[in-house]
Write a protein that binds this ligand. Structure first.
Ligand SMILES: Cc1cc2nc3c(=O)[nH]c(=O)nc-3n(C[C@H](O)[C@H](O)[C@H](O)COP(=O)(O)O)c2cc1C
Length: 199
C-alpha cells in the first residue's frame, strides 16, 4: 500500500549531496492532512520499525502511545496546544512518545534516553514514508496532563513529544499562517554541522 501526494511537492529548497537517498530529504512535516483510516497492519508496521532502533545498553527506553479509536483521537487532540490542534485534527493517528527516566541495569538517570527515542522516532517516520505517509513531531503538548490522561506512571516515564501520522493533503486548505510554510524546508550547509578534526 502506498499513499500518493495530491500535488507535486517542491523540494527545490533541499540540496542534498548527490547520492543521499530520497527517503531522507523527501521526508518533511506537512500540516495539511486528509482524514483517512489507516489499515491496522500499516500502523503496526510503522510502529514496529521503531523497535529495531539502537539504544544505550539496548534498554529500548521508548514508549509509544497511539490513538486507535475516534474517541481516543479526540482525547489525544485535547492534549495538544491550541495551535497544533487546529491542523492536527485531520491526522489519521495521534501519538505520544515517552522515555524511561532511569537505566534498567542500575536505576541511575538515563542521560541517553531522549537520544534513543529520537532514533526510534526517525525509524518510525521513515517506515511511514515507505507507505507514503507523513509524521509530524509535536513539542506543543500539554505535558503535565499527558500522564494522567494516558495513565502513564510519571515517576518512571518522561513525556518527550506528541506526533501525527497521516496522509498529506493540499496546502490550500490550511489557514494562511500555515499555508505559507507548507513545503519542505531548507537545511544548514554540511560544513556548518560537520567539522573534521576539531571545531
Ligand atoms: C521533537 C519535535 C517537535 C516539534 N514540535 C512541533 C510543534 O509543536 N508544532 C509544529 O507545528 N511543528 C513541530 N515540529 C516540526 C518541526 O518544526 C519541523 O520538523 C522542522 O521545522 C523541520 O521541518 P521538516 O520536518 O518539514 O523537515 C516538531 C518537530 C520535532 C522533531
Amino acid at each position: 500500500m502506498r499513499f500518493t501526494p495530491p500535488y507535486d511537492i517542491d523540494y527545490s529548497q533541499r540540496t542534498p549531496s548527490p547520492d543521499v537517498d530520497e527517503l531522507f530529504y523527501q521526508r518533511w512535516s506537512p500540516r495539511s492532512l486528509k482524514k483517512a483510516l489507516l489499515p491496522d497492519d500499516v500502523v503496526t508496521t510503522v510502529l514496529d520499525a521503531a523497535r529495531w532502533s539502537p539504544s544505550a545498553f539496548n534498554e529500548q527506553p521508548w514508549l509509544f502511545i497511539t490513538s486507535s479509536t475516534e474517541d481516543e483521537f479526540n482525547t489525544f487532540l485535547d492534549l495538544l496546544t491550541e495551535t497544533n490542534r487546529s491542523w492536527a485534527k485531520d491526522a489519521s493517528l495521534l501519538g505520544f512518545i515517552f522515555a524511561k527516566r532511569n537505566h534498567a541495569h542500575n536505576s541511575s538517570p538515563n542521560r541517553l534516553s531522549f537520544f534513543d527515542c529520537g532514533a526510534a522516532w526517525m525509524a518510525m517516520t521513515l517506515q511511514a514514508r515507505k507507505f507514503g505517509l507523513y509524521t509530524h513531531g509535536l513539542g506543543g503538548i500539554l505535558r503535565d496532563k499527558t500522564y494522567g490522561v494516558l495513565n502513564v506512571p510519571e515517576d518512571i516515564y518522561e513525556v518527550i513529544c506528541g506526533f501525527t501520522l497521516g496522509v498529506i493533503d493540499m496546502p490550500e486548505k490550511l489557514e494562511d499562517e500555515f499555508k505559507a510554510r507548507e513545503s519542505p524546508s531548507p537545511r544548514k550547509s554540511l560544513n556548518e554541522i560537520w567539522k573534521k578534526g576539531q571545531f
